[in-house]
Design a protein around this ligand. Sequence first.
Ligand SMILES: [Zn+2]
Length: 269
Amino acid sequence: MATGPTHAMSGLLVWSAVTALATDHAIGQLSPRAWVVGAVLATGGALLPDLDHPSSTISRTFGSISQGFSSLLHGMSHGVYRLTRTRRDANRHGGHRGLTHTVFFAVVAAIITTSVVLASQKWALPVLMFVFCGLAIRGVLHKWDGRNDALVITVASIALTALCLMWTDRTSANAAACGVAVGIGCVAHYLGDAITEQGCPMLWPIPLGGKTWYPVAPPKIMRMRTGGTVELVIVAPIITLLSIWLGLAALQHTGALPFLGGVKLLPWT
Ligand SMILES: [Zn+2]
């Protein structure tokens, strides 16, 4: 896997790119609130797949609550791996980098998110925002291992959720966009994992080379070492700068940055 901050920024980048560039599509015509909610969900969503590892940093986000949920996911992922692996697939545990690292999971997560937001914008949306804010903060502060980190992240997530919703309280969120954002975050995570050493079985259960859990990855020369110089000095800064630029461009498109006047952050749109 890539490091937490790279994963988090990649989720924000893909969300920003899609909303800034798909201006002819509904996803490129969101209200400021829908965009901000989506940005939080995509950033946090880019850490969601690693909840399948009970001892990972991300599983400690909300202390024993998220660790318990992570153990459940880990067990389920292991069971699905053992049930669906072929003789050519590795004889590994399969709990980590299994079910939650597939496009199938991204689609299910998107559908569940859309259904939850459709059910209740008033209650479900702030709860979802809170959870994904927590994942995003934990992802960015992946090396931080304080005594009360779960408590601090919980308080920070509540504050960030309240800020986001207060700043954009004039229009409602878009349930479908929320689902798309979580799906985008997951897919960004898979791409980040694919360019590291082990690849990512994102196309499960499509059999490739006789393997249902085929680790999709580019040629070796295009892969990077997790936390290595290439990631920290080249990939992470480029992803961060691009997501800031495209994020601001998308926000400008929603009408949220009137003070920029006639300055167009994406000159060709
Ligand atoms: Zn991963």
